[in-house]
Design a protein around this ligand. Structure first.
Ligand SMILES: O=C(Nc1ccc2nc(N3CCOCC3)sc2c1)c1ccc(CN2C(=O)C=NC2=O)cc1
Length: 476
């Protein structure tokens, strides 16, 4: 079995954490039981490109339990948990000396060249055959296949890319090398793939763009927009992990402090709820009158950042936009105010503007926690250098949240692999009854007892007794 991970000896530690995570991922464990006999993924050759974490290990081993043959990479050069990667390679039945798990090509701190080498490795089986399914997060695996097939059809790989020059230079070099090694390989791969299931907004956006410009070569299920994925990630995941990140980074007492949450979408709602739960006085900023009204109805003061920047102790940006907290804002903050972002990637806080302030001093307290001292002597504490603080200062979302996301992924893989003829090339969301199924699979673990509709009540609201219970446009 081919693989490349940081250190196989970490497998025992990884296996212990996988065992604990399984208990907190009831949806995945339920689908293993439900489909154990049917083996719906027998014959599926799934290439996965998704953060190689302990929770993803449970996803991978669920796909295997349903009959799939799997190869895996991480979709971020920093996000691999090396003990998770090691445990997946060794597998539940294997040993470090005789691994019997799944080929993984991932380690924390990959270079970009290594990242794209890993993606290429996982997109080809040892016998040279391609995958017939992709499970993607961010769209890099889907991109490599599409661009490879495009350049083979054009008979040439262009010299210039379509995005960041450094990364595109590496992608183009990867394609030049692989096309030279095996001409026609990417055309064959694109033709072999029945479909892709996509985890996140970024990847989904790329898919809709390809569908719109007619370049999409196989059907895709947009997992991101399942209610039981995005609502969980955004509201319940951040409600948990914003506190996790703040506590691991600063140990600040949140109770009694003034916390500003910029944005009151699902992420902001989760963060405001969590911070209020810790006893903070939470102030919300918003641009959208509906979200602002919701915040006010939920009992939060809603005002502008400028009005409160000099009285708040904790700042959390959740907007998905950029330059929300500027260098000027930070210059006006209280001594040792804590500044963090849990919304967009890394530009909600103007870190470049902060670094340009004459006489500013950056002091590392510990990894991902920096004190920035202004010339007048006062300081602020910035978490994760303005990047997502729940990932930089904690471990992202907890297992139960990921169980919802990943159960959607497994069900979407089964849908596309077993009902391919029902999915002509295009981008789909899971039908609502399957979104509801994901929720159902998590209820027992929380001791939930559902009320059943009578036939008359179902008829009264025009639904089936077994659902789906809401129209597609319903906003939960
Ligand atoms: O992105 C993730 N993780 C991550 C971890 C560290 C890290 N360090 C970085 N740098 C930047 C440059 O300077 C050095 C440090 S970027 C970075 C990213 C990530 C996302 C979703 C899930 C999904 N997930 C699970 O699988 C389990 N819980 C989750 O939330 C995982 C990781």
């Amino acid at each position: 079995m081919d693989y490349k991970v940081a250190d196989l000896s970490l497998a025992e530690f990884g296996r212990k954490e996988i065992r604990l995570a399984e208990h907190e991922m009831p949806g995945l464990m339920a689908v293993r039981r439900e489909y154990a006999d049917a083996q719906p993924l027998r014959g599926a050759k799934i290439m996965g490109s998704l953060h190689m974490t302990i929770q993803t290990a449970v996803l991978i081993e669920t796909l295997v339990a349903l009959g799939a043959d799997v190869r895996w990479v991480s979709c971020n050069i920093f996000s691999t948990q090396d003990h998770a990667a090691a445990a997946v390679v060794v597998g539940p039945e294997g040993t470090v000396e005789d691994p019997k798990g799944v080929p993984v090509f991932a380690w924390k701190g990959e270079t970009l060249e290594e990242y794209w080498w890993c993606t290429d490795q996982a997109l080809s089986w040892p016998d040279g055959t391609p995958p017939n399914m992709i499970l993607d997060d961010g769209g890099d695996a889907t991109l490599l296949v599409h661009k490879g097939a495009e350049y083979e059809a054009a008979g040439a790989v262009p010299t210039a890319g379509e995005g960041d020059p450094e990364e595109w230079g590496i992608i183009l070099e990867t394609l030049r090398r692989t096309i030279a090694e095996r001409p026609g390989r990417w055309t064959e791969t694109a033709a072999a793939i029945k479909g892709v299931t996509e985890e996140t907004t970024t990847g989904v956006h790329r898919l809709y763009e390809m569908a719109k410009n007619g370049t999409l070569k196989f059907p895709a299920i947009n997992v991101n927009d399942s209610v039981t994925k995005s609502k969980f990630d955004n509201k319940y995941g951040c409600r948990h992990s914003v506190i996790d990140g703040l506590n691991r980074a600063t140990d600040v007492l949140i109770g009694g402090k003034v916390a500003v949450v910029c944005g009151y979408g699902d992420v902001g709602k989760g963060c405001a709820d969590a911070l209020r739960g810790q006893g903070a006085r939470v102030i919300v900023t918003e641009i959208d009158p509906i979200c602002a009204l919701q915040a006010a109805m939920d009992g939060f003061q809603v005002t502008t950042l400028e009005d409160v920047v000099d009285i708040a102790d904790i700042f959390v940006t959740t907007t998905g936009n950029f330059n929300i907290i500027t260098a000027e804002h930070m210059g006006r903050m209280k001594h040792q105010a804590i500044v963090s972002n849990i919304g967009h990637f890394d530009n909600e806080i103007d870190m470049a503007g902060l670094a340009r302030i004459p006489g500013i001093e950056k002091i590392e307290i510990k990894p991902q926690v920096h004190e920035w001292r202004f010339p007048d002597g006062h300081s602020i504490i910035v978490l994760a250098e303005g990047r997502l603080m729940n990932l930089g200062c904690a471990t992202g979302h907890p297992s139960f949240v990921m169980s919802n996301s990943f159960t959607n992924q497994v069900i979407a893989q089964i849908e596309l692999f077993t009902k391919t003829d029902q999915y002509p090339v295009g981008v789909y969301v899971l039908p609502k009854h399957l979104d509801e199924k994901v929720a159902r699979l998590h209820l027992d673990a929380l001791g939930v007892k559902l009320t059943k509709l009578t036939k008359e009540q179902a008829a009264y609201i025009g639904v089936d007794v077994e659902g789906p219970y809401k129209p597609d446009h319903y906003r939960y």
